[in-house]
Design a binder for this molecule. Structure first.
Ligand code: ACM
Length: 621
């Protein structure tokens, strides 16, 4: 039998009410149900030609009426403007055919977004002459006359064993520098700030001055970028440099789609080339739990996998087969050590109390209150994804998870999420009602503060600091030791800094790398806060000159959420070249930044990315 086919099209729009029309053919004789993923909510009352049997997150099941082959439905008040928004991961489940339920893949024969063509997009970059340079732009740079010949096997001298630093340099450049007293490259100790360095390339030698390892690493990275652009004959260079911010981060969501340790190591290496020093590792979310926790093997046996018939249904790119993965504790230790060698601290994120669908599915006896009849829907359409702050099981779960996380990650900072707890949660939970009465709480949001305060105190007792998204301030219970990650707006970050919280700026409108680059329907990516062009990332100034609480702004983070990161190529495409713009936002003082100059340096940097096999997005000229 040939595989069933489906044609999907949007055939009506009424503002942001969007009507889909599915036509199926080559259908089996036995009764069937259609399963697929679409990151929108279907209005159940709108379905024609069948009924909506189930939806959870992006997962949908439609049952046809009388075996018909046409289905229509409406998603209300939600824009659908990209090919990457369209339904995917189709399959049929057949009624019991005698040998148990059967699954059939469905071939997507065509899809139509039902939008008129857009006018051609304008060039994204100004016309400027290319010039080799360093990204992020150093504080002071001079190009004296002359060249230095960098031999493939040049020697380096320094005051400490340089093995790890040189291994990093060699891995980036493909050269084979080694430590020796009789050297032409010298790492020299100098009374500079911890991350500052001075790099001097003269015809006879290269000298990197710094107070210690961090500065020498930055100097070697600048030298590596210069060598990757110029080959063995390096133009002479004098530079003095130090970062604007101490927190320079990239975030990767490993829940929505799973990314292998090899992919993360590759990203860490790329980050190191642009002087990032924090990797924010989003390890848990509704669509999958990714961290081995010895106390709860169910979290990885159950919650790390999604698919047909599993506790976590197919999601996002969908399909019936089990999809997922997780990181063992020994892999985590190895990754932490690898990152440390590159000067990068890993910040793990365990996202609570929202975004816990997968964890709750794995540990229902601990995390669910049977009598809770609260009704809510999360932004990603889960109606069962929030921990209950009034259950003893919640604290048993959190304490054991935090204990293992603290032991695995030597860094001081642990991120506990806190974002997007949906409206309506906890309102009809008897346990929550009792807790509110006992504590004198007036507002359900105080329950969010209650549970996050517990986490903050638990972590503090182990010498750790809690970080969280800006909603950790809801309910006003966490102390000002907590670092706030501003994401809904730039203003949210300024407000938190004004209140005295340390702040990391990650405003979606400027720094979210999951947002599409432009309005083109073909451009993959989300766009609720965007699009976010290379130029918009570059224009971000995390600490405006006239803002009174700039001392509280620690730095910046560019998040890559993974709903649409279905491959390493897509990962590269969304990250690069925007990651270079974030690097300069994080490192270079406003006086040393210039969009035109960044664009001039871009071709040399793209050539480096090509050498590193990065499948970056080519800016439109
Ligand atoms: C977020 O984007 N929900 C932090």
């Amino acid at each position: 039998m040939s595989a069933p086919l489906i044609h999907t099209q949007v055939d009506r729009r009424d503002g942001d009410d969007v009507w889909f029309h599915f036509t199926l053919s080559q259908l089996p004789d036995s009764p069937w149900k259609l399963h697929f993923c679409l990151p929108r909510q279907i209005d159940a009352s709108s379905v024609e030609g069948g009924t909506l049997e189930r939806q959870s997150g992006s997962y949908k099941v439609l049952v046809p009426q009388d075996g018909g082959s046409e289905l229509r439905f409406c998603c209300r008040s939600t824009p659908i403007k990209r090919n990457s928004d369209l339904p995917q991961g189709f399959f049929l489940s057949l009624g019991d055919t005698g040998s148990g339920p059967q699954l059939l893949p469905v071939t997507l024969a065509s899809q139509a977004l039902g939008l008129p063509p857009l006018p051609a997009t304008a060039p994204e970059l100004p016309e400027v002459e290319a010039a080799n340079g360093i990204v992020p732009q150093p504080a002071h740079l001079r190009l004296p006359e002359g060249n230095f010949r960098l031999a493939e096997r040049a020697h380096v001298s320094g005051p400490l064993p340089l093995g790890p630093l040189l291994a990093h340099f060699n891995e980036l450049t493909g050269l084979a520098l080694s430590q020796d007293h009789d050297a032409e490259i010298h790492l020299v100790e100098a009374p500079l700030a911890p991350e500052a360095y001075q790099l001097s390339i003269s015809p006879r030698e290269v000298v990197i001055q710094a107070a210690g390892e961090a500065g020498w690493r930055h100097g070697l990275v600048s030298l590596a970028q210069w060598a990757l652009q110029h080959g063995e004959s390096l133009p002479c260079l004098e530079l003095r440099d130090e970062p604007r911010f101490g927190f320079r981060g990239i975030f990767l969501d490993c829940s929505r789609h799973f990314h292998s340790i090899a992919t993360i190591k590759r990203l860490l290496k790329q980050m190191s080339l642009f002087k990032f020093n924090r990797f924010h590792w989003h390890l848990t979310d509704d669509e999958g739990w990714r961290l081995e926790i010895k106390a709860f093997p169910q979290l990885t046996e159950v919650a790390a996998w999604r698919g047909h018939g599993l506790a976590v249904a197919p999601q996002l790119s969908g399909g019936p087969d089990p999809y997922g993965g997780y990181y063992t504790q020994s892999e985590v230790r190895e990754l932490v050590a690898y990152a440390t060698g590159l000067g990068i601290t890993i910040i793990p994120e365990i996202d609570i109390p929202g975004h816990c669908h997968a964890a709750i599915k794995a540990l229902p006896a601990l995390l669910r209150e049977e009598a809770d009849s609260s009704r809510y829907l999360s932004v990603q359409f889960f109606d069962d994804n929030v921990l209950n702050p009034a259950l003893p099981g919640t604290y048993e779960f959190l304490d054991k998870v935090m204990e293992e996380v603290c032991a695995l990650f030597p860094g001081e900072q642990i991120h506990m999420g806190g974002d997007e707890v949906p409206h309506g949660v906890w309102t009809d939970s008897p346990a929550c009602r009792q807790l509110m009465q006992q504590e004198g709480y007036q507002d359900c949001r105080e329950l969010q503060g209650h549970v996050l305060r517990h986490c903050q105190q638990y972590l503090a007792a182990r010498g750790k600091k809690m970080l969280g998204w800006e909603e950790i301030l809801h309910g006003d219970k966490v102390s000002r030791d907590a670092t706030v990650f501003a994401w809904t707006s730039f203003q949210a970050g300024l407000d938190a800094a004004s209140q005295g919280y340390p702040v990391v700026m990650a405003p979606a409108q400027q720094l979210y790398l999951d947002q599409a680059y432009n309005h083109d329907y073909q451009e993959p990516g989300l766009y609720w806060a965007g699009p976010v062009s290379l130029e918009q990332v570059y224009a971000c100034d995390p600490a405006p000159i006239d803002f009174h609480a700039n001392d509280n702004i620690l730095g910046v983070l560019s998040p890559l959420w993974s709903e649409q990161i279905i491959s390493r190529d897509r990962l590269d495409y969304m990250l690069f070249p925007r990651l270079l713009a974030t690097a300069e936002v994080a490192w270079s003082a406003p006086a040393h930044k210039s969009w035109e100059h960044f664009v001039a340096r871009l071709p040399g940097q793209l050539q480096i990315l090509s050498q590193l096999q990065v499948r970056y997005r080519v800016p439109q000229r």
